[in-house]
Design a protein around this ligand. Structure first.
Ligand SMILES: [Zn+2]
Length: 400
């Protein structure tokens, strides 16, 4: 769920000028797009959509008299066109009156920035076309690890400045129980932890799979010509499949939330699914385990809650190495579930692998060398795109 947090802020003279310029351009673009839409409708009975107005904006910026529109950030201008689209949708669905022009005096002065139009780092918010962060009075903290998706700047009739920050609202994460855990993704168990705990595939999965297989057999028996029965059979296959996917995702969410909640650092193997699918015996288990999904959930949840995910090289011999003495076995076939090293330690294959993964990850963290993977951050999060100039110096802004 998204929640807005509103604060007062005190712009520098340059910032105030930039914002007032932006408000003016937002109003201008909104009014011109509204005029174009009204004209197209009254004269030609044509509906103009958001994309068309966006193309118009590009054209306007190229004309001499409207060239000033390209001086401000384009993000609030695009956003106001989206708002206009929303206003028209509401009108067509009879939820609102026909949109009206924004007036210089009466309309709310505001500009909305999406992630490409601002930068939020270490509790400091910097808008596009500005070098310094805003001097915000953090009257209440943002949720820990929050990453704002939209920032709206406004000025009220009394001349006071406000910034409204839209964030995902989620519960604060408690302090982790463990420093670090190693996670082995396996065949016999879904995952095995370096603590020795095994987490198996959910119990209902086998039953769901049987139902899916039955539905698929049923579908393949239906003759091509038998229209309605075939359609029903296809629907049953679709439902059975969706049920498996839903339940598995639900299970993975619970598992990854638990791992992130309990551990500060989570070490996993940097498996690439493409390589593993070549191994037919592993392929079923891997697709069942939805390895990619598990990893991406771990990574974005770790990002949210200030935990760390380290992936160790996938060529690292986690199964063949004795986690007690470090001896490397020459071969370790997949069907060997338990083995005894020359040092006398008897290992469970998966627990041993998880311990090795943990040790390798901690070594990586300690020396900071390059086995670390590229972190894939989810859509737009904390990624600052064009337009934003990094702040050259830190201002004494209050931290959230
Ligand atoms: Zn050993």
């Amino acid at each position: 769920m998204k929640r807005a947090f509103k604060y007062r802020f005190y712009p520098t003279d340059a910032q105030a000028a930039e914002l007032l310029r932006t408000f003016g351009c937002v109003r201008k673009v909104y009014n011109m797009a509204l005029a174009a839409r009204s004209e197209a409708w009254t004269l030609r009975r044509e509906r103009v959509d958001y994309n068309a107005t966006s193309a118009m904006l590009t054209g306007w910026k190229k004309t001499e008299e409207l060239a000033y529109l390209s001086k401000v950030s384009s993000v609030p201008l695009q956003q106001t066109l989206r708002h206009l689209q929303g206003a028209f949708s509401n009108f067509w669905q009879k939820r609102a009156k026909y949109p009206t022009f924004k007036s210089r005096k009466k309309s709310r002065r505001s500009a909305e920035y999406t992630t490409s139009g601002f930068r939020f780092r270490d509790g400091r918010l910097t808008l596009a076309k500005m070098t310094d962060p805003l001097d915000i009075v953090w009257s209440r903290p943002l949720p820990a690890g929050a990453s704002p998706s939209t920032v709206t700047v406004s000025q009220d009739a009394a001349g006071r400045w406000f910034v409204s920050v839209l964030c995902d609202d989620r519960p604060a994460m408690p302090t982790p129980v463990n420093d670090a855990v190693g996670v082995d993704v396996g065949v016999a168990s879904l995952v095995t932890l370096s603590t020795g705990e095994r987490i198996t595939n959910p119990r209902h999965e086998r039953k769901d799979r049987e139902r899916l297989a039955r539905a698929q057999r049923d579908l393949s028996r239906k003759a091509e010509g038998d229209g309605s029965n075939r359609a029903k059979a296809r629907l049953r296959v679709g439902r059975a499949y969706a049920r498996i996917a839903d339940r598995r995702r639900d299970f993975l969410h619970k598992l990854t939330t638990r791992l992130v909640r309990e551990n500060q650092t989570i070490v996993i193997e940097d498996l690439t699914v493409r390589n593993m699918l070549r191994n037919r015996r592993l392929s079923r288990a891997i697709s069942d385990a939805s390895w990619t999904e598990l990893r991406s959930m771990l990574e974005y949840k770790a990002d949210w809650y200030g935990r760390e995910v380290i992936a160790v090289d996938r060529w690292f011999p986690s199964s063949k190495l004795c986690s007690a003495c470090g001896t490397l076995e020459s071969r370790m076939p997949l069907d060997v579930r338990e083995w005894t090293c020359a040092c006398g330690t008897t290992h469970d294959r998966d627990v041993n692998a998880a311990r090795n993964i943990l040790a390798a990850g901690l070594a990586v963290a300690a020396c900071g060398d390059g086995v670390r993977p590229q972190r894939s951050t989810p859509g737009g999060q904390s990624s600052v795109k064009q337009e934003v100039v990094p702040p050259p110096r830190s201002r004494a802004a209050a931290q959230p």
